[in-house]
Design a protein around this ligand. Structure first.
Ligand SMILES: *Cc1c(COP(=O)(O)O)cnc(C)c1O
Length: 371
């Protein structure tokens, strides 16, 4: 009508498009509600097995969230009060929160150009109290896991991978999760495989650890009347597993579309002087949960894109060591120069699988026309 000149908004989120037709999901949910199989049960087991197959890992345990996945994976391996756990300074707050919830202290290490932990800086952060490293495969990129493993073995540390943003990522076809003792995934509505609320998964190739985690997420109950050890209630909601079961067959296609869009952006933005695209490491299958570029003119570019109806975001404007939550950890401005510099320069563009080709092209055009 009157706003023909204003282009349609390119959304950052995609739930409206993804769940345009919710009837099939509702029918699945109805069946399970009628069956009254509402905690654990067949649907959850089916989802855990399907996920294990997709990520090429032996065991998968559904839990209440990605945050719980990290917390439980650390706690079950004895991490707690008095221990230190190393992670990256630029991660989402949940990684540090999960470490803190075990009773341990998060210890930060700077990240590198591709937003994953800088493995050259890990050893300087190790103290006699260090018990574990939680590398974060941030943005869908993969941390240098051979190097992390080497350092962990040398110092006798446990490795738990935070793969909440990197389902189906790999290095030379070796999947995320194949290095750590346990690996954590999130099913949050904004993650690459999402459900209708919170959910998480822990994957492990270790039979004993898998068995312990299955007990731990369900009060330590071996059966109705036998408690092996005191545990938590952090089961993946069976109704969420129903949604997961309907979405998991689309996971590969969704992931490929993300990679395809990112490739198109990479090719276009490499030609723009004002934009820095991070170097893509050889052999890494980056799944682009977030598509981030950098520029000295970040705030201007952000305004420009927003004005042209493209939703963009910053992940994240304040690194963890400078958050109020970290005030007792003894960090200060300047401690992690790469994370700090990135925080001032990064911008996340919409690159989700529900973008249409003409929308991808419009974003590229706008990036080219920015002066
Ligand atoms: C989303 C996320 C988490 C936490 O997952 P939730 O399911 O939201 O609890 C942890 N780490 C990273 C890197 C994440 O992106």
């Amino acid at each position: 009508m009157s706003n023909i000149s204003k282009p349609e908004k390119i959304p950052f989120g995609y739930l409206e498009r993804q769940f345009e037709d919710i009837d099939p999901y509702l029918q699945d949910l109805k069946k399970v509600v009628v069956s009254t199989d509402l905690t654990l049960g067949k649907e959850l087991t089916r989802f855990e097995n399907a996920f294990a197959e997709e990520v090429s890992l032996k065991h998968v345990i559904g839990v209440a969230s990605g945050t719980d996945a990290i917390m439980l994976a650390l706690k079950i391996q004895g991490i707690g009060l008095g221990d230190e756990v190393i992670t990256a300074a630029n991660t989402f707050i949940a990684t540090a929160g999960a470490i803190a919830m075990t009773g341990a202290t998060p210890v930060f290490v700077d990240c590198e150009e591709g937003y994953v932990i800088d493995t050259d800086k890990i050893e300087a952060a190790i103290t006699p109290k260090t018990k574990a490293i939680v590398p974060v495969h941030f943005t869908g990129n993969v941390a240098d896991m051979d190097r992390v493993t080497e350092i962990a073995e040398k110092h006798g540390l446990i490795v738990v991978e935070d793969a909440c943003q990197s389902i189906l990522a790999s290095i030379h076809n070796r999947p995320v999760g194949d290095w750590g003792s346990a690996t954590c995934f999130s099913l949050h509505p904004l993650k690459n495989l999402n459900v209708w609320g919170d959910g998480g998964l822990i994957a492990t190739n270790d039979d004993h650890l898998a068995e312990q985690l299955r007990l731990f997420r369900n009060h330590g109950l071996v059966d109705r009347d036998t408690v092996a050890f005191f545990g938590h209630n952090s089961r993946l909601d069976t109704l969420q597993a129903v949604i997961g079961n309907r979405l998991i067959p689309k996971l590969r296609e969704i992931t490929n579309r993300r990679i395809q869009i990112a490739q198109k952006f990479d090719d276009a933005f490499e030609q723009l002087d004002y934009v820095d695209v991070p170097t893509r490491r050889d052999g890494v299958r980056h799944v682009f949960h977030l598509y981030i570029i950098e520029t000295d003119r970040r705030d201007e570019l952000k305004e420009y894109l927003l004005q042209h109806n493209v939703s963009v975001k910053i992940h994240y404007p304040v690194p963890l060591h400078l958050q109020p939550a970290s005030q007792n950890l003894g960090y200060k401005q300047g401690d992690f120069p790469v994370s700090e510099k990135q925080a001032a320069r990064i911008l996340t563009l919409p690159a989700h699988p529900y973008l249409r080709d003409d929308e991808v092209d419009r974003i590229i055009e706008l990036m080219r026309s920015f002066r």
